[in-house]
Ligand binder design. Structure first.
Ligand SMILES: C[S@@+](CC[C@H](N)C(=O)[O-])C[C@H]1O[C@@H](n2cnc3c(N)ncnc32)[C@H](O)[C@@H]1O
Length: 317
């Protein structure tokens, strides 16, 4: 399945989730099982872990990595938007710890068949769940220039979205865009690398990110998934989320801020009428980022940010 995947911020995740013997844990993005393996070790001898992943190939990889933990592990191919139902069906509620490590894994990036990387000699598919929804190429083919530019601007924060969308649709109409490698080439030809980005990122980075986010509805599923996690946690249970770009980090930050407040009316009234009560207490204020040493070992960690919180007991309990 290609190169291995190094789990990001792993010591920080373990410290934030504070699992121990007997813990009931959900890893909502089990991937190759890197974080899951460390969580199972930390919760020995009898902690249990429910691992979800939308990608069936990831579930197979995790089965191999986690085989030695036997029936302490249950793995399910599922979207984490369904966390609550999956956890209930597997008898994991209430949970002591929930982890989300968002985005894609090194296994997915390294598999040319999936079309996630600039070098892939296969159509840009980019679906985590290959059994469902439209591929990135379907999305391109079904979009007008305006729609495609909107996707690139919204999900990739691409400033040159209009020019790139025009170039992609022209190349597609002329039969010059069949593979992910073609897509990277078309984007690179349409927009010279800006001085700020030179040597740092490929000029197609934002385009690939935007298409992947759109194809997998990555931002849409996040708030429902976090809401499900909060409902599934026991009081004093812990939630940890690793994000890799500002769009998803903003959603997580807002969710944690809202669920840490007693009143969510804006502006705050003299007397709260909304009835909202804080359910979480953030563990660190601005999130945790990797050390330079970790980024040196693992380039994928460079944009990571970990946010974590503890669930509060209900008022009056
Ligand atoms: C960064 S990787 C996780 C790596 C894992 N923590 C490890 O250490 O091996 C992210 C994983 O989340 C999965 N994923 C992304 N969005 C998902 C969703 N909505 N539901 C379920 N899995 C998802 C991807 O398929 C990918 O395998």
């Amino acid at each position: 399945m290609g190169e291995g995947h190094l789990p990001v911020l792993v010591d920080e995740v373990l410290a934030s989730l504070a699992v121990g013997p007997g813990s009931s844990i959900a890893d909502c993005t089990v991937g190759g099982g890197g974080h899951a393996e460390r969580l199972l070790e930390a919760s020995s001898p009898d902690g249990r872990l429910l691992g979800l992943d939308a990608d069936r190939a990831a579930i197979l990889e995790a089965q191999r990595t986690l085989a030695r933990f036997g029936d302490r592990v249950i793995l399910r191919p599922a979207n984490f938007a369904n966390l609550y139902d999956e956890a209930r069906a597997a008898h994991f509620i209430p949970l002591d710890a929930v982890l989300f490590d968002l985005g894609l894994s090194s296994y997915q990036l390294a598999d040319p068949r999936r079309g996630f990387s600039f070098a892939a000699d296969a159509p840009p598919d980019m679906r985590f769940d290959e059994d469902r929804g439209l591929s990135a190429l379907d999305l391109i083919d079904g979009s007008s220039q305006r729609e495609l530019a909107g996707i690139l601007a919204t999900f990739g924060e691409e400033r040159r979205a209009g020019r790139i969308a025009t170039a992609i649709l022209a190349a597609r109409a002329e039969g010059r865009l069949m593979t992910a490698a073609d897509l990277a080439e078309v984007v690179a030809a349409a927009v010279p690398t800006s001085r700020a980005d030179a040597g740092r990122i490929h000029s197609a980075t934002r385009t690939f990110q935007a298409l992947r986010i759109a194809v997998n509805r990555e931002l849409e599923v996040l708030t429902p998934a976090l809401t499900g996690a909060l409902a599934a946690l026991r009081p004093a249970g812990r939630l940890a989320v690793i994000t890799y770009h500002s769009g998803e980090d903003r959603i997580v930050k807002r969710f944690l801020a809202r669920e840490s407040r007693d009143c969510v009316e804006d502006p705050l009234p003299p007397v709260c009428l909304c009835g909202h009560r804080a359910q979480l207490r953030p563990i660190v204020k601005r999130g945790i980022t990797p050390t330079a040493a970790e980024v040196g070992r693992n380039r994928r960690a460079r944009s990571a940010r970990l946010r974590a919180a503890i669930k509060l007991a209900p008022a009056g309990a």
